[in-house]
Design a protein around this ligand. Structure first.
Ligand code: HSE
Length: 405
């Protein structure tokens, strides 16, 4: 019997209880042991909910119970999750989590404690919700040297961008609707400003490249400036705008960034719509692979958490090695990163196109029927710094979006 304690009975915590209750027979069979929820920790009471039988309000009950072998931390946020996780690991209890904020910030330290104690700190649900991606990076793709991870790692922003493009709708209007449907938080900042995707790409990159990627070093731009005109141009070009979280090798160094990117129909990321997530991985011997599925939500996230509990049960006193070392990955300055840029400019192509070409060199003009007083073009690939210098010479520029080459 494996006794577990679930910290937090919110969306994911109640999902974990539901998944274990729904699939208990097959889960126990796969774990080779019975998985029993001994405690659920929450400050709140849940009158009438069967969880009442195992509900506790004091973490000391859990940490001091030697029968608890696995702690499921699904509280979110850094504190008290960090303190609770550290204490659990130090006490020799495995920890499984969906907490991307905590893993991005303290994952390295917590993994080291787990290794020293010969137990496990597992976080499959922290990136891509129910999509298996941590385990593939950690065990299936070990023959490869990964040189790119590009992911649609945030369901909320993917829903907003897909809807804006499908309905030629404004950001604010779609955000409001997403909030009403529960796809966006009342305070949507972490999602729409790209911070959530930034933490996830930092975690995936640290595992894939075997070095530590500090999420605070990653250039991050959200989707709040994307307009209905931008999505109209995207549709006219047979492209879609995606919030891409990318880390990629360029020469012998890596860069990492989160920003809206125009993706063409030839990319598998083009048709990843609504709340779905996808993670495109390129390996030097594998070539391309893409992992697609439900990237958020109660049951998909709980499914990944419970799979980690099963893995803990199968490796109770054996550390599953993870390729995340303390050596810091020295990221390239974003100014050196090269891609084409889509540029919208006031004026019209016939009279102002020459000025654009004088500054940017050869460009591909884009025209759409219902946008007056402006025109647009795509540049040849150029560095971010070169784009910045050129753009300064053209105050008529309205906006720019990076293009996936
Ligand atoms: N807010 C996140 C998203 C939840 O939309 O993807 C899952 O991490």
């Amino acid at each position: 019997m494996i006794n577990i304690a679930v910290l937090g009975y919110g969306t994911v915590g109640s999902g974990v209880v539901e998944v274990i209750n729904t699939n208990h027979e097959s889960i126990n069979k796969k774990a080779g042991e019975e998985i029993r929820i001994k405690y659920v920790l929450d400050l709140r009471d849940f009158p009438g909910d069967p969880v009442e039988k195992v509900l506790v309000h004091d973490y000391e009950t859990i940490i001091n119970d030697p029968d608890v072998q696995v702690v499921v931390e699904v509280m979110g946020g850094v504190e008290p999750a960090y303190t609770f996780t550290k204490r659990a690991l130090e006490a020799g209890k495995c920890v499984c989590t969906s907490n991307k904020e905590l893993v991005a910030r303290h994952g390295l330290e917590l993994l080291e404690i787990a290794k020293e104690k010969e137990i496990n700190y597992l976080f499959e649900a922290s990136c891509g919700g129910g999509i298996p991606i941590i385990r593939p990076l950690n065990s299936s793709l070990t023959a490869d040297e990964i040189d790119e991870i590009s992911g649609i790692l945030n369901g909320t922003t993917n829903y907003i961008l897909s809807k804006m493009q499908a309905e030629n709708a404004d950001f604010e209007e779609v955000l409001k609707e997403a909030q009403q449907k529960g796809y966006a938080e009342r305070n949507p900042e972490a999602d729409v400003e790209g911070y959530d995707a930034c933490r996830k790409i930092a975690i995936l990159s640290s595992l894939a490249y075997g070095c530590h990627v500090n999420y605070e070093d990653i250039y991050t731009e959200g989707i709040t400036k994307i307009t209905v005109e931008d999505v109209k141009y995207a549709s006219a070009m047979d492209m879609s705008i995606k919030l891409l979280a990318t880390s990629k090798k360029a020469g012998d160094r890596f860069y990492a960034m989160v920003s809206p990117v125009l993706v063409g129909k030839d990319s598998p990321l083009y048709s990843v719509n609504d709340v779905f997530n996808a993670i495109f991985v390129h390996g030097n011997v594998l070539g391309d692979a893409m992992f697609y599925g439900s990237g958020a939500g109660k049951l998909p996230t709980a499914s990944a958490v419970v799979a980690d509990v099963v893995d803990c049960a199968k490796h109770l006193h054996r550390n599953i090695m993870m390729n995340w070392s303390s050596k810091k990955l020295d990221l390239m300055d974003i100014k050196e990163v090269v891609h084409p840029f889509f540029v919208r400019m006031k004026g019209n192509a016939a009279s102002d196109g020459a000025a654009a070409e004088e500054v940017f060199g050869k460009v591909k003009m884009i025209s759409i029927p219902d946008t007056e007083g402006e025109f647009a073009f795509i540049t040849e690939p150029m560095s971010e710094s070169s784009y910045g210098e050129k753009a300064e010479k053209l105050p008529q520029i309205i906006t720019r979006i990076r293009v996936r080459a």
